[in-house]
Write a protein that binds this ligand. Structure first.
Ligand code: BMA
Length: 885
């Protein structure tokens, strides 16, 4: 056996042999439009907007109104051509496949000018074409031609219309995205421009082999006593249909202590009609040799390398390999009788909805992920952007992101990173805010898409749940697209797509994970009500999306109860610095400028922002700095609103068993007003800084009630109780620094819980509420918790707020932390209270906290960055803003 392995490692060639057809020294691609007037050098993988930009034909697509000015691109027909060489030896391989990992979206392929290879219509599908008999020795020419996605969608819509007619006019978008299996947001969204992308957006290569290859592997992990049962399903592809495939499949798992667990099985079975064969193999893994994988904030993320090898008897010299990471954890979505936890009152009606990870119910803190770039090819290739966003989520205590249904199934890199960082993923299937057609052509393409993507992603420990679509149950029930007259037809189609087509595929390939038919939905209750529940927003069941731009969003009473908030949010403006990357014309920097109107896709968006700001803050139309303040205050308003709503959900773990808060939305695709916490380009808004505190593992969270009473919750996301702790309540007035009164009371909380502190007698009856605010801090051995605040009245009505003198000094000492991170101490000196002090700099990096409520004469904030800069230069670069009446 040993000699055999040695021998193989010397002479074997990995199967399949890959001939990469990406742009390189050996393969050059070009693009051309329909009438051949525009042509240039292409980058593959890539896309037409990127290529036209590189060729200098279009400018920066995100600048000014270039989204509409470049729309002609999406109306044209684009074709890509490449020449490559094939040797006579390569031609001898039994199987020669042309593989496209991603083609966006509809078109056809030919080889050597006239040989048809095939057609495509789904950007989420891997297309594999048999080209063995079509290749020639020496030079070959590959030609891929794309239809205009806008025209393709229209043609289908004329045949198999499904509502809505079009996106709202303010999106400056395109119609009928629902007709194409394409990133739905690429036809325009309420936070993004329309760039109906076109191109070979994922790798393309030729795959050659003789025996069989491992295409995918799924892992099915269960805990039995002190052992993990790791069942593997290995999906083989071969050149032989309905014939005997013989060989050896082996698996080796590297576990703790540099040990390797091995298992192999003799394969001797008949392949299916398409040459595939599924082989199962089980490994018994003692829990002594692997550690548990936990979501971020609850423990570590150990990953163990699993190597698979298949050697077919007919091609012993060329084994096929596949390596994945395995994380040992269990995840269960628990929907059980809520009265068992909450009693027989209103709260106990219906079902629970929470994730149990490794047998512990965990409150899911996080946000919603939209594509990291509006051009899918860049979302794929700009790994540093994905990296920074996911790390930013990790850094603010998020444990879950929902990959929203209007985007893409993200890259392998994305899910690998989530595995590494402990970010659980709620994965929507890619249907959003629409009814969908269900003709045979569409359904068969969807089938392929679901099967391939579940097989590709299933093994990731980060994936927690699948959901059929974004908001389509509630859209139909709520008549969002005037579908009432055809309710029965659309309901039948809804069931055909998400229940009869997608559900069985997911449940067959991945029986261990819950498939929710929609998000939001009432979960099991929606299923009981034949998939379109009477009220899909029922707070007693499943998840909810909640948006309310009319009420006072700093007031906790505004927000309704829910078992799990999978979306909620408010818009804010991007910073001026980020805006300047899109325009530098002075006249654009006004709320009602043509430019600003162009970027605002949410109908009445600015009026809502304005109303929210002015309900709480002083901002007059005639203020000479109106726009600058509008931008800054919109970020304060958004941060405070989402802080308030999120803390209510966390408190409600005690009252309603709310077990998740994923706000809308983590990131942005352009420089525009949106619900994001991180701006396009990566700059954190105040919201993202605030998230670090409102998602802190231990949090004192107050709630102002009627009668000037303040309830205080202690929230504890740790596995150990909090005992012997004290909560300090400091009352400040607005006109000075330092508290005017301080009280303490003992506090405690059970593990993984939120607890109302019954003995905290906190109220404001002895104060004039306009003059004071309250600060809450926790003192407990070994526990860190951020300060928290109650502002009893609107900032615009407070009495005593002074214009501060602020001094900012950067210490000379620079500390080097792990990962080469540098830390600078930024000292802040003030002579009075400063609300929402915002520090800014053009130097790349970020502050550890921002939007500070400065209550003491001296405080320190760290500045974190990767590149060394002199403290003096940093100090000079820092600017600041704060709220002022
Ligand atoms: C929900 C999301 C998105 C949208 C957001 C803000 O409907 O699913 O479609 O961008 O709200 O309106």
């Amino acid at each position: 056996m040993k000699t055999f392995v040695l021998l193989c490692s010397v002479i074997s060639i990995v199967s399949p042999k890959i001939i990469d057809l990406s742009s390189s020294k050996n393969v050059s691609w070009s693009f051309v439009n329909n009438n051949r007037t525009i042509t240039g050098k292409a980058t593959v993988p890539g896309g037409i907007y990127s290529d036209l930009h590189s060729a200098g034909i279009i400018g920066d697509i995100l600048s000014e109104d270039n989204d509409v000015r470049t729309r002609w691109v999406a109306y044209d027909v684009w074709s890509y051509t490449a020449k490559f060489n094939i040797s006579s030896k390569d031609l001898q391989a039994k199987v020669i496949h042309l593989v496209f990992e991603g083609l966006d979206t509809s078109g056809f392929i030919t080889l050597n000018k006239h040989i048809p290879i095939g057609s495509f219509n789904n950007m989420f599908v891997r297309y594999v074409f048999d080209i063995k008999d079509k290749l020639q020795e020496g030079e070959n020419e590959l030609y891929v031609s794309f239809l205009s996605p806008v025209v393709a969608a229209l043609i289908r819509s004329n045949k198999v219309f499904a509502a809505p007619d079009c996106v709202p006019a303010v999106y400056n978008g395109e119609c009928h995205a629902n007709q194409l299996r394409k990133m739905q947001a690429s036809f325009g969204w309420d936070w993004g421009p329309a760039f109906p992308s076109v191109g070979i957006w994922r790798p393309v290569y030729i795959e050659l082999y003789n025996g069989a290859i491992i295409r995918s592997v799924t892992t099915h992990i269960t805990k039995v006593g002190s052992k993990w049962d790791l069942r593997l399903k290995v999906y083989l592809e071969s050149s032989q249909n309905r014939t005997l495939l013989a060989g050896v499949l082996s698996a080796s798992l590297q576990v703790e202590g540099k040990q390797t667990l091995r298992k192999w099985t003799q394969v001797n079975a008949t392949t299916a009609a398409d040459g595939t064969l599924v082989v199962e193999l089980s490994l018994n893994v003692s829990d002594n040799v692997v550690r548990l994988w936990w979501p971020n904030g609850y423990g570590e993320q150990p990953l163990y390398k699993l190597k698979l090898q298949f050697t077919s008897d007919s091609d012993m010299d060329n084994p096929s390999y596949k390596t994945i990471n395995v994380g040992f954890r269990t995840v269960e979505l628990v929907e059980s009788d809520a009265s068992e936890i909450l009693g027989n009152g209103t709260a106990g009606r219906g079902l629970t909805f929470y994730f149990k990870v490794n047998d512990h119910p965990l409150f899911m803190k996080g946000s919603n992920w939209i594509p990291s770039n509006i051009l899918p090819e860049l979302g794929e290739s700009q790994k540093n952007v994905v990296d920074n966003l996911l790390k930013a989520a990790r850094d603010v205590n998020m444990a879950m992101l929902r990959v929203w249904g209007g985007g893409v199934y993200e890259s392998d890199y994305f899910y690998d990173k989530c595995d590494e960082l402990g970010i659980l993923i709620w994965q929507d299937f890619l249907f959003a805010c629409s009814m969908y057609p269900t003709d045979n052509y569409f359904i068969s393409s969807v089938r392929e898409e679901i099967e391939q993507n579940v097989l590709r992603l299933q093994h990731h420990p980060s994936i927690a749940v699948w959901a059929g679509n974004n908001e389509n149950e509630v859209a139909l029930r709520g008549n969002w697209y005037d579908t009432y007259p055809l309710f029965d037809k659309y309901k039948t189609e809804y069931i055909k797509l998400y229940v009869d087509t997608i559900k069985p595929i997911v449940e067959d390939l991945d029986p261990g994970r819950r498939y929710l038919v929609s998000s939001p939905s009432n979960g099991r209750e929606s299923e009981r009500e034949n998939y379109i529940a009477t009220n899909p927003y029922d707070p007693h069941y499943g998840d909810t999306h909640y948006y309310n731009y009319f009420a006072d969003n700093w007031d906790m009473d505004t927000y309704p109860k829910t078992r799990f908030a999978s979306e909620y949010g408010f818009q804010s403006m991007p910073s001026l610095k980020t805006m300047r990357t899109a325009t530098n014309k002075d006249e654009d920097f006004h709320v009602r400028s043509k430019y600003s109107e162009h970027r605002q896709h949410s109908p009445n968006g600015y009026s809502y922002i304005e109303a929210q700001i002015t309900r709480r803050m002083k901002l007059k139309e005639d203020d000479p700095k109106y726009f600058e303040k509008f931008v800054f205050y919109s970020q304060i308003s958004q941060a405070m609103a989402i802080k308030t709503e999120t803390e209510l959900y966390r408190q409600d773990q005690a009252n309603w068993y709310t077990m998740g808060a994923l706000y809308w939305q983590l990131n942005d695709v352009w420089q525009a007003p949106s619900w994001s916490g991180i701006e396009y380009g990566g700059k954190w808004k105040m919201l993202h800084y605030f998230a670090k505190s409102f998602f802190a593992p231990v949090l004192v969270s107050p709630r102002l009630c009627s009668g000037d009473d303040i309830e205080v919750y202690l929230i504890n996301d740790r596995f150990v109780p909090i005992t012997d702790a004290w909560i300090t309540v400091d009352i400040y007035n607005w006109k000075s620094v330092g508290p005017i009164s301080t009280r303490q009371f003992p506090a405690q909380a059970n593990p993984l819980s939120s607890k109302l502190q019954e003995n905290a007698d906190v109220h404001l009856r002895d104060y004039n509420k306009e003059e004071v605010f309250v600060r809450f801090t926790l003192q407990a051995q070994g526990v860190k918790s951020p300060p928290n605040y109650i502002f009893p009245v609107a900032l615009k009505s407070v009495v005593g707020l002074q214009t501060p003198n602020i001094q900012i000094l950067v210490s000379n000492l620079v500390t080097r932390r792990n990962h080469d991170r540098l830390e600078y101490a930024v000292n802040i000196r003030v002579d009075t209270v400063v609300p929402f002090l915002w520090l800014d700099t053009d130097i790349e990096g970020r502050f550890e906290e921002n939007g500070l409520i400065v209550t003491e004469p001296q405080s320190v904030v760290k500045f974190l960055c990767n590149k060394h800069v002199s403290p003096r230069v940093l100090q000079k670069s820092i600017t600041h803003q704060y709220y002022v009446n």
